[in-house]
Design a protein around this ligand. Structure first.
Ligand SMILES: *[C@@H]1O[C@H](CO)[C@@H](O)[C@H](O)[C@H]1NC(C)=O
Ligand SMILES: *[C@@H]1O[C@H](CO)[C@@H](O)[C@H](O)[C@H]1NC(C)=O
Ligand SMILES: *[C@@H]1O[C@H](CO)[C@@H](O)[C@H](O)[C@H]1NC(C)=O
Ligand SMILES: *[C@@H]1O[C@H](CO)[C@@H](O)[C@H](O)[C@H]1NC(C)=O
Ligand SMILES: *[C@@H]1O[C@H](CO)[C@@H](O)[C@H](O)[C@H]1NC(C)=O
Ligand SMILES: *[C@@H]1O[C@H](CO)[C@@H](O)[C@H](O)[C@H]1NC(C)=O
Length: 505
């Protein structure tokens, strides 16, 4: 039987709606939030005081969520620590925590707030999602009682976790993730026993989620992309910028390119703490990003992204990171010296001429550079550097790095943080004999700016400028990770009790 006219209309309409839902693209938002911090306290505040502080942050986040929804966003990510800030001990964070159930319980806190009460923060987040018909991603604290039946139960009878939550447009809890790689100083929280690989499906692709320092390690970050094949990663962070390789926008955009996945990165904003830099990063480069080290305001970013980047015509090819570098003879290796970038000892060669071909090696890694500068100033020092070794003091993890880098001077130890430069490049081509598939291509311009569209990575592993750099260059770097050579984590499962604050790599 043929459907009657109105039915046909309905069917066509339904099909259109479905196609729009199962869309090729979606609109994503991230909000860089200037977190309102609690007053420093030695003793826990009352639950009411804790909630008042969290509500003042959620008032700001609510404005951003409404604005994002008005601009058509399907999902918004807010930062790590964005609701209660930092500066806590294990005891003083306690009044800020809620027991967050497993999403399998199928719960809409907005419509059923007492089911796992008290949960005022979860209720409000859920209502913000439901009210605005948007996925809301937030970072809050989970508490889980335990007792002596569990030998690793902390003395105070509870686990406390740094936790991401995701509510769907109905307000339903669809994901809960406990941060696995706590940063040193995050002693208010416990390490989960096992890494959690959390994913969920949406009409615009498969999503995964992790938090801040997690991005530097294999589990769960790489597993989500390489094994579970998510299309988009949600990334709440409280990232303190560390030049020259680990400023937020620089490393996070490079991770999205190296992993060939969308990364929605929402940072906190606190310039005296060097926290700024958020973005909507795609495999082919940033769709939008924000870095502001001058003023105190937050910032909403909204952009359209491919729902399944691997099906998009712009999807970059898989790269063999060592193919070119292993196939050529070494260029001249001359006048190398050892120099520290922060605490890592690199092998460097100074780029004394306006143009040249250089090779520098360290350990198993040889780095090759072909370059031509446009307007080298006499007093600026650029080097080619190689590093193949363990990075980090407490947590030791293996880096392989090839870098074209501006240094303060050729003094050993002067290749640290430089924020500005004067020299533009006609061209550069950087490659290395990497022993890993996990290499993240970074290009950073003067003033900590990205270079979207101005460079490419060839299938054979060469990081090349497409034409001259439009701005002076701070660094072009291939940042490789040899996860299998990381040392075991010294602190896992042993909660300690001091209260340092920092949160950077
Ligand atoms: C939901 O939206 C309505 C209309 O904009 C507003 O009056 C109400 O306060 C909102 N509720 C929540 C919980 O956000
Ligand atoms: C200890 O914890 C387990 C699991 O949470 C629970 O089943 C048990 O009842 C608790 N025992 C006591 C004595 O509280
Ligand atoms: C930034 O963080 C520091 C350290 O916690 C704090 O002292 C400062 O007040 C914060 N700045 C703002 C604008 O909140
Ligand atoms: C990359 O190229 C090198 C050199 O030709 C080759 O030995 C290696 O197997 C390739 N790696 C991958 C992952 O294909
Ligand atoms: C540097 O390498 C490029 C590409 O292999 C080559 O064309 C050029 O002649 C080399 N220049 C020098 C000075 O060796
Ligand atoms: C090179 O060009 C940049 C941008 O045009 C300019 O800012 C810089 O001063 C120039 N450097 C030198 C050494 O002339």
């Amino acid at each position: 039987m043929l459907p009657s006219q109105p039915l046909l209309h309905t069917a066509v309409f339904a099909l259109t709606v479905f196609q729009a839902l199962a869309s090729n693209t979606f609109i994503a938002a991230v909000y860089e939030h200037a977190v309102i911090l609690p007053d420093a306290a030695d003793e826990p505040v009352s639950p009411d005081n804790a909630l008042a502080l969290m509500n003042s942050n959620m008032d700001v986040l609510e404005g951003a969520i409404e604005e994002a929804a008005q601009q058509g966003a399907h999902i918004i990510v807010t930062p790590e620590d964005g609701i209660y800030g930092w500066g806590f001990t294990r005891e003083t964070i306690y009044p800020y925590l809620e027991d967050i159930p497993d999403p399998a319980v199928n719960w809409i806190p907005c419509t059923d707030p007492t089911r796992f009460a008290p949960a005022p923060v979860q209720e409000r987040l859920s209502c913000m999602a439901r009210n605005n018909s948007i996925y809301v991603v937030a970072n809050i604290g989970d508490k889980k009682p335990c007792n002596s039946s569990d030998p690793s139960c902390p003395k105070d009878g509870r686990y406390q976790y740094n936790t991401d939550v995701v509510y769907d447009p109905e307000g339903k809890l669809v994901a809960r993730y406990h941060k696995y790689h706590l940063f040193r100083g995050e002693t208010q929280f416990n390490y989960p026993k096992e890494p959690e690989a959390i994913t969920f499906e949406t009409p615009f692709g498969k999503f995964g989620i992790f938090t801040c320092f997690d991005i530097l390690f294999r589990e769960p970050a790489v597993v989500l992309v390489s094994e579970l094949q998510v299309d988009t990663v949600l990334f709440p962070t409280a990232w303190m910028n560390v030049l020259p390789f680990l400023t937020a926008i620089e490393f996070h955009s490079a991770w999205a390119m190296g992993m060939r996945v969308n990364l929605l990165s929402a940072n906190t904003h606190n310039i005296s703490f060097a926290m700024t830099g958020s973005g909507l990063f795609m495999p082919e480069g940033p769709a939008a990003y924000h870095y502001n080290s001058k003023t105190d305001e937050g910032r909403l970013l909204v952009a359209e992204l491919s729902a399944q980047p691997c099906l998009s015509p712009n999807y970059p090819p898989a790269i063999n990171w060592s193919l070119y570098a292993a196939s050529i003879k070494k260029f001249t290796e001359e006048d190398t010296f050892l120099g520290a970038v922060r605490k890592d000892i690199f092998t460097f060669s100074e780029l004394r001429h306006k143009a040249g071909n250089y090779t520098v090696c360290q350990g198993d890694l040889c780095c090759h550079l072909i370059y031509q500068m446009s307007n080298k100033s006499e007093d600026e020092v650029y080097v080619l550097g190689a590093f193949d070794g363990l990075h980090g003091s407490l947590i030791k993890y293996h880096w392989q790095i090839c870098t074209l880098l501006k240094c303060k001077s050729t003094d050993p130890g002067a290749c640290g943080p430089v924020e500005t430069a004067q020299t533009k490049f006609e061209m550069f081509s950087l490659s290395g004999t990497f022993g890993t598939n996990y290499v993240f291509p970074e290009v950073l311009y003067s003033g900590v700016q990205l270079a979207p569209g101005e460079f490419e990575v060839l299938r054979d592993g060469r990081l090349k400028s497409k034409h001259g750099t439009s701005k002076p260059l701070i660094t072009a770097t291939l940042f490789g990770r040899l996860y299998e050579k990381d040392l075991p984590h010294p602190l896992r499962m042993s909660p300690s009790r001091n209260s340092a604050v920092t949160q950077s790599p």
